[in-house]
Design a protein around this ligand. Structure first.
Ligand code: ADP
Ligand code: ZN
Ligand code: ZN
Length: 703
């Protein structure tokens, strides 16, 4: 049994606790009693918002020396009891021993999380400056976190069902697919990052499947990350049809029990393939062989609240730490990834076209200033739709705005319906006869007249509901399906909609971002982007990248060998350099232009960012706190530029006033050194108590 030594040492607990001993001895000149039998302190991660680990004395009857990091431990915490995870045992605590409570119970013999994954979780907590207990909680299913679920011992000879192939497609790979596959499979067994760059339908998934086949044959596991499972039933089907091995599916819509089961299957090695959304990057993999990130540019890989991590970036880190290859697949890679490939950090593999097809869709700009426009659709657009429908093609219409209209307007006095909680307008949902705020969820009944002058009010602008109405009136013979969060809500809705499209019954497909993900519609011959202008003049430096990706992605949903597609982009700014570079030189050309703009303006990937956001009920509180934060960092900010504080673009949301402070440095290291000292200083600010604040390392959005 371990003995605890008495040390009245109070130093801050550090995440990287290995160096604590040196610090104490230097600071306090304490000597270690020679007869002290290696005292053990349990250092435990608890699911709390505190950026620290917690020290406990050992459970009296348990041999601490035999405890493995990663086992669960029940401890007293305040008045409660909590289950935490043992991170390490150390000799000294920075707390006086009389203040240390004893742990109550060790729950496991076998760690619930293996050493490699635990180290990765700690790395992620450090990098994103997030409380380690919360990061760990994101990595574990609920039952395991709370201690309710028992966790089986992993069989010592962790045998995977070998990749006995299911039904083979018997496809003959194109030369480009063969080359890509050879490079990837030649790199199995060690780290390498491969950018698989190919348009939708060029055969990326086929390359993943064949690479995974090899991985399974080696008795290893493959982890496949996808942006949104609900939107990609076809992908799952394809995996299930191809491989006769158990597949674990992990995503946020799973119930606790299903999630626990998937996690256990991954952990025991029973599941040879794990497919999941961003949090699956923390899936247990006793025998990792390959990681795939499909649609690596997709913004949903970044978590926007709580633990703000990028699953794409973490997938690359995990692959490198576990020495396995990672494939980043996309038709429109993020500018960061393109830059990494140009700098030879990633291997770029190109699938130039769809098998058996050499046509790319024709892009054409429709100048909205020069044509009559009816409810958001210009005359030449309507004529094109008519032509394609007549020729038997399907037509895809993209508009990233749900509802009927984004604004309710009074022509009598100029009033527009505002959200009472946000600095935003309410969206008209005509069918359900309500006004709804798309930012905070506030809703109210649609008024009949203006609340200030009683004049009749009218909806202004277009949402999908309104365009649906216009198209239905204009093309009554053409059945239409709408894809947006209002029309595709329940499980099964997506499949029902896809069935109508694939059977050919539906002739017009109208929808939001949802349409640009995961699906391929071979009978679509015309794609219409109703409004490209939202993305052209945004304050967010990533908006133009998103717009270009959306246009290329939505264009890529269409066409097949016998029917080259046509793409119409409606805009009031046809001469805009972004649209021009996209039109004349494709996504590559756009990326060139955009990367040189980023370089000139010192935006990522030519700089590193962290964003401190704050919001508060009281108007001044957020700005005051951020100003104090600026002052707290002033002395150490040599290589780090501190920009702000400024109110957020939407300065009030859900009743909170919002502001932000941007940190920028040319490279990663100085920024992280700065955060090392700055973050504890901010945490200690008295003004921090009156606000909600968060730090976002590598933020994806700046508003
Ligand atoms: P992506 O993932 O790039 O969208 P997929 O791998 O899904 O592309 O391929 C698109 C379609 O083309 C699928 O129906 C697939 O079966 C088919 N396909 C893929 N590779 C080939 C090939 N070499 N020859 C013929 N068809 C192929
Ligand atoms: Zn009015
Ligand atoms: Zn609102």
């Amino acid at each position: 049994m371990a003995v605890t030594c008495s040390y009245n040492v109070a130093a801050p607990v550090s995440l990287t606790a290995g160096c604590n001993r040196k610090i104490f001895i230097n600071q306090l000149d304490t000597t270690v009693p020679a007869d002290c039998e290696a005292p053990r302190i349990l250092r435990i991660a608890l699911d709390t918002p505190l950026r620290q680990l917690f020290d406990y004395r050992p459970v009296p009857s348990v041999d601490t020396a035999a405890l493995k990091p990663g086992v669960r431990v029940r401890v007293p915490f305040g008045r409660r009891r909590m289950v935490g995870v043992l991170i390490e045992t150390v000799e000294y605590s920075s707390l006086p021993s009389q203040k240390l409570k004893a742990a109550l119970e060790v729950l496991d013999e076998t760690p619930v999380i293996d050493a490699a994954l635990l180290a990765f979780v700690r790395w992620a907590a450090d990098y994103y400056r997030h409380p380690p207990g919360e990061v760990l909680a994101a990595a574990l299913p609920a039952g395991v976190r709370t201690g309710k679920a028992g966790v089986a011992e992993i069989p010592p000879h962790a045998p995977l069902p070998t990749g006995e192939a299911g039904e083979q497609d018997g496809l003959e790979l194109t030369a480009a697919q063969v080359a890509a596959l050879e490079e990837i499979t030649g790199g199995l067994g060690r780290y390498g990052c491969y950018l698989l760059h190919g348009v939708t339908g060029s055969g990326k998934t086929e390359v993943y499947l064949r690479a995974i086949d090899k991985v399974l044959a080696q008795g290893r596991q493959a982890l496949v990350l996808v942006p949104e499972i609900g939107l990609t039933p076809q992908l799952l089907e394809r995996f299930r049809a191809r491989f006769a091995v158990p597949l674990a599916v992990m995503h946020s819509a799973l119930g606790d029990r299903a999630r626990l089961k998937a996690w256990q299957q991954a952990r025991s090695g029973e599941a040879a393939i794990i497919i999941g959304t961003r949090s699956a990057v923390f899936a247990p993999l006793p025998r990792p062989g390959l990681i795939v990130v499909d649609e690596e540019h997709d913004p949903s890989y970044k978590q926007h609240e709580g633990f703000r991590y990028s699953a794409r970036d973490l997938a690359v880190v995990r692959a490198s730490r576990q020495d396995v290859p990672v494939i980043l697949g996309s038709a429109t890679p993020s500018l960061e990834t393109i830059d990494n490939a140009r700098k030879q950090r990633y291997h770029r593999l190109v699938l130039p076209e769809r098998p058996g097809e050499a046509h790319h869709p024709q892009l054409r700009l429709i100048d909205m200033r020069r044509h009559a426009v009816q409810d958001g659709l210009a005359t030449p657009t309507l004529a094109s739709i008519e032509g394609h429908l007549r020729d038997g093609g399907q037509v895809l219409v993209y508009l990233n705005r749900r509802g009927y209209a984004p604004t309710l307007f009074c022509p009598g006095c100029g009033w527009t319906a505002p959200c009472s909680q946000c600095d935003a307008r309410l969206t008209v949902h005509l069918r359900s006869r309500i006004l709804r705020c798309h930012h905070c969820g506030f809703r109210q009944a649609l008024p009949f007249g203006c609340p200030t002058c009683s004049h009749e009010v009218k909806p202004v602008g277009q949402g999908t509901e309104r365009v649906e109405e216009t198209l239905a009136k204009r093309f009554p013979e053409a059945p239409l399906v709408r894809f947006d969060r209002d029309s595709v809500r329940r499980r099964g809705d997506m499949q029902a909609v896809l069935d109508r499209v694939n059977s050919g019954e539906a002739r017009i497909l109208l929808g939001t971002q949802m349409l640009t993900k995961g699906h391929h519609f071979p009978d679509v011959t015309l794609v219409v982007v109703v409004n490209a202008d939202q993305g052209l003049f945004s304050a967010d430096f990533r908006a133009s990248e998103r717009l270009a990706q959306t246009i290329v992605q939505v264009a890529g949903r269409a066409g097949r060998a016998s029917r080259p597609g046509e793409v119409l982009i409606q805009t009031e700014f046809p001469e805009h350099p972004l649209l021009q570079s996209l039109l004349t030189a494709g996504y590559e050309g756009f990326a060139d232009t955009a990367l040189s703009e980023r370089e000139a303006a010192h935006w990522p990937p030519f700089s590193r960012l962290a964003l401190l956001r704050a919001d508060a009920r009281e108007a001044r509180a957020a700005m005051d706190f951020l100003q104090n934060a600026v002052d707290a960092g002033a002395s150490s900010a040599e290589e780090v530029r501190v920009l702000g504080p400024v109110p957020a673009t939407m300065s009030r949301r859900a009743g909170y006033h919002r502001a932000q402070l941007l940190l920028e440095s040319r490279t990663r290291a100085p920024l992280h050194r700065f955060l090392d000292t700055w973050l504890p200083a901010i945490e200690a600010l008295p003004s921090a108590r009156g606000v909600r604040w968060s730090l976002d390392v590598d933020p994806a959005d700046l508003y």
